[in-house]
Design a protein around this ligand. Structure first.
Ligand code: ADP
Ligand code: MG
Length: 400
């Protein structure tokens, strides 16, 4: 392909045919567009024997807004490269990229048609015990092996440069740390929660902490992050999880990936009373807290083991330093989880967990709880010593 052109179904078929061996000359191919992509075009291309692949193409704009929001197509390269890098260090839980075309800005990848999106499964009240251990392993391996503990100083700087992602980082910077704390036109705020949202705009103590979290996001290139690790970026089935959609990846603070995922478990926890009857909600909430606990415990255990065993830089072998490092990741994660709760409630991009609660009064209550817990996590993140203290904050927060 010599120049960029937005794919239609036939183009997606031709692309899949050219770059995979699955479609012999005689198989009949068909393509369907999957409608739930936020920013990109996604097609499933299938042959008449039921074998399929996914074709994902970056558009020169954000799909859910339209051409009025231009966006670099270089994000397809970043997505392909982050996924390839993460797959090197955690092949079990990273989707396989089979081909990337820099002109078409299109990726051919494994079809996870026997998996479902984690967010939808959690909203349906499904429980998976392998969620926390597998995602802990994904985060510990991908983040450790792309950090200063392993990469040489020279190589790390080259990698930081290769994964600079200014346009998509700017979206995260705005949506996480700026918009929710002012009267921004991009915000989506339900009228019933408007007064509560306004208190955020004038909460200087909170805004100081959010500024500190933003500064870390801007200037702490600890490891190659996924950058958008919410429960819509995780596919799951009865025995495995796989991560997709890494176009927001860049070198940033490790606590951002950990906190985003943790925040999404907490969002589902807070929404649970609005999604299920009392008994099912109680059991879903107990499940989610246990997963949140295990997510952190198993992440920190694996990360510690890797620091002990695999650190290449002698100066970073110091045990006390390593403990401090992990404690800082924990408080960062608590803070970023808090930002996730707030931005998903009053920012641009909401989550179905909260938005699909049909009872309006209940939905408002859940949203208020999300703002309250979000604030507490941000404000108290440095005083929280361990995951149990964090989860007690979740358990015992008083509704207001
Ligand atoms: P966007 O970056 O535009 O948000 P996503 O990568 O999140 O796009 O993909 C949008 C949707 O396409 C996903 O929610 C999922 O339903 C489907 N999809 C994406 N990648 C795959 C895959 N590898 N296998 C199966 N379905 C996929
Ligand atoms: Mg996406």
């Amino acid at each position: 392909m010599s120049e960029y052109k937005t794919f239609n179904a036939d183009d997606a078929i031709a692309f899949a045919d050219e770059h995979s061996e699955l479609f012999g000359e005689h198989s009949k191919l068909s393509a369907e567009e999957l409608a739930d992509g936020d920013l990109n075009l996604v097609f499933r291309v299938e042959n008449d024997k039921g074998t399929s692949v996914i074709v994902k193409q970056a558009l020169p704009y954000a799909r859910f807004v339209g051409e009025s929001w231009p966006l670099t197509t270089d994000r397809a390269r970043l997505e392909a490269e982050v996924l390839k890098m993460h797959r090197r260090f955690c092949p079990e839980h990273t989707v396989e990229v089979r081909y990337f075309d820099p002109v078409a800005c299109a990726i051919l990848m494994e079809d996870l048609d026997d998996y479902r999106i984690l967010r939808a499964e959690l909203n349906d009240g499904k429980k998976f015990n392998h969620l926390a251990p597998q995602m802990a392993s994904y985060m510990a391996n991908t983040l450790f092996y792309t950090s200063d503990f392993v990469l040489s100083s020279e190589n790390k700087k080259a990698e930081v440069a290769r994964f600079l992602n200014p346009e998509l980082c700017l979206i995260s910077e705005d949506l996480f740390f700026t918009d929710p704390y002012c009267n921004h036109e991009r915000n989506t705020i339900e009228p019933s929660i408007l007064e509560k949202a306004k208190t955020l705009w004038h909460d200087d103590a909170l805004k100081a902490e959010v500024a500190a979290l933003k500064a870390s996001f801007l200037s702490k290139p600890q490891a190659l992050l996924h950058g958008d690790l919410h429960s819509g970026s995780v596919f799951i089935n009865s025995d495995n999880c796989k991560v997709i959609d890494a176009e927001f990846g860049f070198f940033g603070p490790i606590g951002f990936d950990v906190g985003t995922l943790l925040g999404n478990l907490l969002l589902n926890y807070l929404a649970s009373p609005g999604l299920h009857d009392a008994e099912d909600s109680a059991s879903q909430q107990a499940y989610l807290l246990e997963q949140a606990e295990q997510l952190w415990l198993q992440f920190s255990e694996t990360f510690t083991e890797l620091m002990n065993r695999e650190t290449q830089d002698p100066a970073l072998e110091n045990n006390l330093y390593q403990q401090r490092f992990l404690q800082q990741v924990f408080s960062d994660a608590a803070g970023y989880a808090g930002c996730e709760l707030i931005r998903r409630t009053v920012g641009l991009a909401h989550v179905a967990d909260l938005d699909s609660i049909s009872d309006a009064a209940l939905r408002t209550q859940c949203q208020r709880n999300a703002l309250k817990l979000g604030r507490e996590l941000i404000m108290q993140r440095s005083e929280l010593n361990n995951i149990n203290q964090l989860l007690n904050l979740v358990r015992y927060q008083q509704a207001d």
